[in-house]
Design a protein around this ligand. Structure first.
Ligand SMILES: NC(=O)c1ccc[n+]([C@@H]2O[C@H](COP(=O)([O-])OP(=O)(O)OC[C@H]3O[C@@H](n4cnc5c(N)ncnc54)[C@H](O)[C@@H]3O)[C@@H](O)[C@H]2O)c1
Length: 337
């Protein structure tokens, strides 16, 4: 298939581009580089052994998106492009609704006009909000507790309404838990701008000496060690799930909503210890207050993804930490190294 990957220069998108090309698909990357670097592209081409067409376009420019869909004869879109920082979304909600929600509507309208009928969307465990449930199935009630999560919730509903109205249009909504790690080559990985918002890139920057110590946001959560619990998932496993979801849309011609996680929750302290063990390093850290928008526990029930896609995570925490550190230590300044 000819597949357009929006946000394909970003962290998860770049890994997915390779997973799709490994399955024999032709991939076109669309990105405005608001949170990524064009320098990822030659590395992707080297890993894939093939050129990858790149369109530097903002999603909200619907006419240009339409031209890209038509000129590259696109059959399916995998839609990663979004802003994703919870804290920033609390400070700039309008920018988040504009970029994420308006951007997606613009993309869907362009797809409708170009008659592109297959769509895979990056949703998030954030759509479950702050929940009491131990593990989250796809039927767990949804309620976001920050503007970023609300953009995902709104987009899910827009997609569902569109699928109901046009039964030829088939969509997969993938709710990611906490993607970490990097390609085993160490050539591509997560390259956050400024101060990282997520634990793993922060850990990596402390390990490399770029930051003095790791701040742990709160140790008074109702969890065994008091720190927040998350379901960390290797980005290579996550990337593979997109190719599986696309196969499902093609073979079953049904819509799909699945969680993508490992089904096991690790605390912040567990993660620090795993990183130290995997990489034989010490991570200085201190406990500070809770961070707004954070929830106590997010852990997937990944059973439906196994049942429908035959998808399961294959990497453990130590592999996630080793791969993340390989990327960081080979590229201390990310793509500017
Ligand atoms: N990383 C996570 O922890 C996580 C967890 C759950 C869901 N997600 C979702 O997965 C997707 C990918 O996340 P990521 O971690 O790879 O983020 P990322 O920031 O690395 O990648 C997103 C890419 O989209 C591009 N982009 C943003 N707005 C755009 C626009 N209007 N037009 C064109 N390009 C645009 C950015 O430049 C970037 O390259 C996002 O939708 C995110 O919300 C991420």
């Amino acid at each position: 298939m000819n597949i357009l990957v929006t946000g394909g220069a970003g962290y998860i998108g770049s890994h997915t581009v390779l997973a799709l090309m490994e399955r024999g698909h032709h991939v076109v990357v669309l990105d405005n580089f608001s949170n990524s670097s064009p320098k990822v592209m030659p590395r992707l081409e080297a890993l894939a052994g093939n050129p990858i067409p790149l369109c530097q376009v903002d999603l909200r420019d619907g006419d240009t998106v339409f031209d890209v869909l038509v000129s590259h004869k696109i059959d399916a879109v995998i839609h990663f492009a979004a802003l994703k920082a919870v804290g920033e979304s609390c400070e700039q909600p309008l920018q988040y609704f504009d970029n994420n929600v308006s951007g997606t509507i613009s993309l869907l309208l362009a797809m409708q006009k170009a008659n592109v009928l297959r769509f895979v969307f990056s949703s998030s465990a954030m759509v479950y909000g702050d929940t009491e449930h131990e593990t989250l199935s796809e039927n767990t009630p949804r309620s976001a507790n920050n503007p970023y999560g609300r953009t995902k919730l709104m987009i899910e509903e827009i997609i569902q309404d569109h699928c109901a109205a046009d039964t030829n249009f088939k969509a997969a909504i993938l709710r990611y838990f906490n993607p970490v790690g990097a390609h085993p080559s160490g050539m591509i990985g997560e390259d956050p701008r400024g101060t990282p918002n997520n634990l793993m890139p922060y850990l990596c920057q402390v390990a490399s000496g770029k930051r003095e110590k790791l701040s742990v946001f709160g140790n008074d959560y109702p969890t065994p060690d008091g720190t927040g619990l998350r379901d960390y998932l290797h980005v290579m496993d996550l990337a593979r799930a997109h190719a599986d979801a696309l196969d499902y849309l093609q073979s079953q011609s049904k819509n799909l909503t699945v969680n993508l996680g490992t089904g096991s929750a690790s605390s912040v302290l567990d993660m620090i210890h795993a990183f130290e063990q995997a990489n034989k390093l010490k991570i200085p850290h201190e406990i500070i207050g809770r961070r707004p928008g954070d929830v106590t526990r997010l852990c997937a029930d990944p059973g439906l993804a196994k049942e429908l896609l035959s998808w399961e995570s294959r990497h453990d925490l130590l592999q996630m930490c080793a791969d993340a550190w390989r990327w960081q230590s080979k590229n201390p300044e990310g793509y500017n190294s």
